[in-house]
Design a protein around this ligand. Structure first.
Ligand SMILES: C[S@@+](CC[C@H](N)C(=O)[O-])C[C@H]1O[C@@H](n2cnc3c(N)ncnc32)[C@H](O)[C@@H]1O
Length: 278
C-alpha cells in the first residue's frame, strides 16, 4: 500500500509544474504556499502518493523525493551540474553501488549528492574543494539528502592529488581541468574513467590534449540536450523554451604502459575525439 509518512521524513509536496516544495515533516510546522497553508500534522500517517488539502481547499500530492528533487532544491553557491548531465556521467562511467569516486571541486555538492546516491552503501566519494565556504554549503546539502555518510569532503587543491588510489572514476568540474588530469590518473585504477565537465570548447581541447599526453584512451566528448514536450491532446509539441547549453562532458579511460606505448597510442588516436558515430 505504500510507505507511511512519519515525523522527520522528507516529502515533496506537489501542486503542478514547478509549484513543489521539499519539506521535512515536523508535527508542529505549518507550510505556507500561494495556494494556502498545510498543517504538517495533517501529513503524518498518510502514505507517499496520498493527497493533502490546504486551508483554502487546494489539493497537493505527497510525493517521495528522488535524488533529482534533492539536486534541484539544493542550496546553490556555485554553478551546479544539471541532472541531464549527471545521468550520462553515470551511464558512461558504469558507476554502481560499491564504486569509489574522486571529485574536484565539490562546489555546492550537487553532483557529489548524485554520485553518493549511486555508490552507497558500500562505495564512497572523495571530494576536494579549495574554498571552505563552498564545502560548508556542500556539507549542508549532503546532510539534507542523508548522503553525508558516503562522502569524505576535504579542503585543498585537488590538482596536487586526491590521496586515493584504485578509484573507479575521477570527476573534474573545475575551470582548468587539464591541470588535474595527472592527479586523476594517479588516483584511478587501470581502465578507470575520467570525466571532465566544462562549459567551453577551448577547455575541452586543452583537457583532451592532457588526457592523451598523461595516459588516457577512448577519449570522447559530448553535449547533452534535453527538450521537453508540451503535452495537450491534439496539440502536443516541443516546449518553446529549453536549456540551450550547460556543459561539454569529456570521458576517457586510464591506460597503462610505458612512455613509448603511450606516444604511439596518442599518435594513433589524437584525432579521434569523436561522438557516438563509431
Ligand atoms: C562549478 S563548481 C563545481 C560544482 C559542483 N560540481 C556541483 O555540482 O555543485 C567548481 C568548483 O571547483 C572549485 N575549485 C577550483 N579550483 C579547485 C582546486 N584546485 N581544487 C579543488 N577545488 C577547486 C571551485 O572553488 C568551485 O567550487
Amino acid at each position: 500500500m505504500g510507505e507511511v509518512i512519519s515525523e522527520g521524513d522528507d516529502v515533496l509536496i506537489y501542486l503542478s509544474g514547478d509549484k513543489r516544495w521539499l519539506i521535512t515533516v515536523k508535527a508542529d510546522k505549518r507550510i505556507h504556499t500561494h495556494a494556502g497553508y498545510i498543517e504538517c500534522s495533517s501529513i503524518l500517517g498518510k502514505r507517499y502518493g496520498d493527497a493533502v488539502k490546504t486551508n483554502l481547499g487546494r489539493t497537493f500530492w505527497l510525493l517521495k523525493p528522488t535524488i533529482e528533487d534533492y539536486v534541484l532544491k539544493c542550496e546553490r553557491k556555485t554553478q551546479v551540474v544539471y541532472p541531464k548531465d549527471m545521468g550520462l556521467i553515470v551511464a558512461k562511467t558504469g558507476l554502481a553501488s560499491g564504486s569509489i569516486v574522486v571529485e574536484a571541486g565539490t562546489g555546492s555538492g550537487a553532483l557529489t549528492m548524485f554520485l553518493a546516491n549511486i555508490v552507497k552503501p558500500n562505495g564512497h566519494v572523495y571530494s576536494i574543494e579549495v574554498k571552505e565556504e563552498f564545502l560548508d554549503v556542500a556539507r549542508r546539502n549532503l546532510k539534507r539528502s542523508r548522503l553525508l555518510d558516503y562522502v569524505t569532503l576535504s579542503l585543498g587543491d585537488a590538482s596536487q592529488g586526491f590521496g586515493v588510489s584504485e578509484a573507479d572514476a575521477a570527476i573534474l568540474d573545475v575551470g582548468d581541468p587539464w591541470r588535474f588530469v595527472e592527479a586523476a590518473w594517479r588516483a584511478l585504477k587501470g581502465s578507470g574513467k575520467i570525466v571532465s565537465i566544462s562549459p567551453t570548447m577551448n577547455q575541452v581541447e586543452k583537457t583532451c590534449e592532457a588526457m592523451f599526453r598523461v595516459g588516457f584512451a577512448d577519449v570522447e566528448c559530448v553535449e547533452v540536450l534535453v527538450r521537453g514536450l508540451q503535452v495537450k491532446t491534439g496539440a502536443t509539441r516541443p516546449a518553446t523554451r529549453m536549456v540551450g547549453h550547460t556543459a561539454y562532458i569529456t570521458f576517457a579511460r586510464k591506460v597503462l604502459g610505458g612512455e613509448k606505448t603511450l606516444k604511439e597510442g596518442v599518435a594513433e588516436s589524437m584525432d579521434v575525439v569523436s561522438d557516438e558515430e563509431g
